[in-house]
Write a protein that binds this ligand. Structure first.
Ligand code: PLP
Length: 421
């Protein structure tokens, strides 16, 4: 029996309606930008396996470091203990984070990093005797699958059955260059009628909302408003972090820095699951007390796993290397050239780009009937390119080590796919 067949017996896959999608593709090998399935067919991983392995799959710079660490220290409780990989990672990460970030709290995945960000924001006020229980979030945001993260997410396709259990969240539109005054007015109304603890947002690019991009100047004004009203700002950089927007973090595009940042995915270069919620000294100090109850009583078993910390440290070294920084600029420029070639195609409604994230909306009025998203996915996989369209949006978020030849194949395959739309 093939892996594909054996899989069906016991496995339940994420974000999958198994009745509609009964089969998974069995991957047996990954190297650089290439995934290989059990039949030997190769696919260019043009979405870096959900934006994680940005330095390429099985990058020896990272795998060798982790292999060595495995011989030294595999796992230890991080409550009451510490270790070199965590300490070194903290020093390297604080160096590249926005200057106001000073403390790091570990967890396991993007959702939990957001959950912790929300808890920090709520308890920050609680510890100072203020009862603030409303959160603000963007329309169409996605922050993960735990309850706090779902509450601030605005995509109901994920959340339908759970909505009545959610935290109190008020939504504002994303800034688009012409709605900034209206957003500030909406914010003013919210603060006059609610006790707002925090604002949770994906800065500049909303991933699950089909790479919807928004305006940095407008976000700056929202962040300033939040600061003036003592609303804790929580930047969810789970997707945007570590170079994707062309700077180390999307928050680097704004002068007003977030109080809290959520990091995962590319944090560990795609090798191990781990997340970090970072915060400013001011946030940390609200928890620092003789009163044990004012501490942050949250902890995951694998917090700061030494192997994951080692992968993260090696990843940050690569991110800062001249080679990767050059590649980021090169991919950005290649996308810009592709955009010129594709944007006026009759089947293309609009295109957008931030850093190495490129998205293209299809002109659905011109689309043929049938499940467009599935048809496109099958087309791409058949041609050996792993792209995962979101509705009628095709996006690229390839590893920084993608070769020119691979990138051109991705572009050509997208262009060819327009004939089946
Ligand atoms: C912006 C953002 N936040 C949070 C998450 C949740 O991360 P995880 O799937 O690791 O729980 C995601 C996942 O795609 C994301 O894109």
């Amino acid at each position: 029996m093939t892996l594909k067949e054996r899989d069906k017996k016991h496995l339940w896959h994420p974000l999958t309606q198994h009745k509609l999608h009964p089969e998974a593709i069995a991957i047996t090998k990954a190297k650089g930008c290439v995934l290989t399935d059990e039949d030997g067919k190769e696919y260019i991983d043009a979405i870096a396996s959900w934006y994680t392995c940005m330095y390429g799959h099985c990058n020896p710079y990272i795998t060798n470091r982790v292999a060595n660490q495995m011989q030294q220290l595999d796992q230890v409780v991080f409550s009451g203990f510490t270790h070199e990989p965590a300490v070194k990672l903290s020093e390297a990460l604080i160096e590249i984070l926005p200057k106001n970030q000073n403390k790091l709290f570990f967890s396991d995945n993007g959702s939990t990093s957001v959950e912790i960000g929300i808890k920090m924001a709520l308890q920050f006020h609680f510890n100072q005797g203020r009862k603030r229980n409303t959160l603000i979030a963007f329309e169409d945001g996605f922050h993960g699958d735990t309850f706090g993260a779902m509450s601030v997410s605005g995509l109901s396709v994920y959340n339908g059955p759970f909505e009545e259990f959610f935290l109190d969240v008020k939504r504002i539109p994303t800034p688009n260059g012409s709605n900034h005054e209206a957003i500030l007015k909406a914010l003013q109304e919210i603060v006059e009628t609610h006790k707002v603890a925090g604002f949770v947002y994906e800065p500049l690019v909303q991933g699950a909302a089909a790479m919807k991009m928004h305006n940095a100047e407008g976000l700056e004004r929202i962040l300033k408003f939040c600061k003036e009203h003592h609303i804790v700002t929580v930047a969810d950089e789970v997707m945007t972090g570590f170079g994707k927007t062309g700077k180390h973090f999307a928050s680097d595009y704004m002068q007003t820095k977030p109080d809290i940042m959520c990091l995962s995915k590319a944090l560990t270069a795609g090798l191990m699951p781990m997340a970090i919620t970072s915060c400013s000294q001011e946030i940390y100090e609200a928890f620092y007390s003789d009163d044990i109850g004012k501490g942050l009583f949250h902890g995951h078993t694998y917090s700061a796993n030494p192997l994951a910390c080692t992968a993260a440290l090696a990843g940050i070294e690569l991110l800062q290397s001249e080679e990767i920084q050059k590649n980021i600029q090169h991919i950005k420029a290649s996308h810009e050239a592709f955009n010129v070639r594709i944007k006026n195609h009759p089947k293309v409604k609009s295109t957008r780009q931030t850093g190495i994230i490129f998205a293209l909306d299809l002109n659905t009025e011109m689309a043929r009937y049938g499940n467009l998203r599935d048809k496109l996915f099958e087309f791409f996989m058949d041609k050996g390119v792993f792209l995962r369209p979101l509705g009628s949006t095709i996006y690229i978020q390839a590893p920084y080590v993608i070769t020119d030849e691979q990138l051109q194949k991705v572009y050509q395959t997208i262009e060819d796919s327009l004939s089946i739309v």
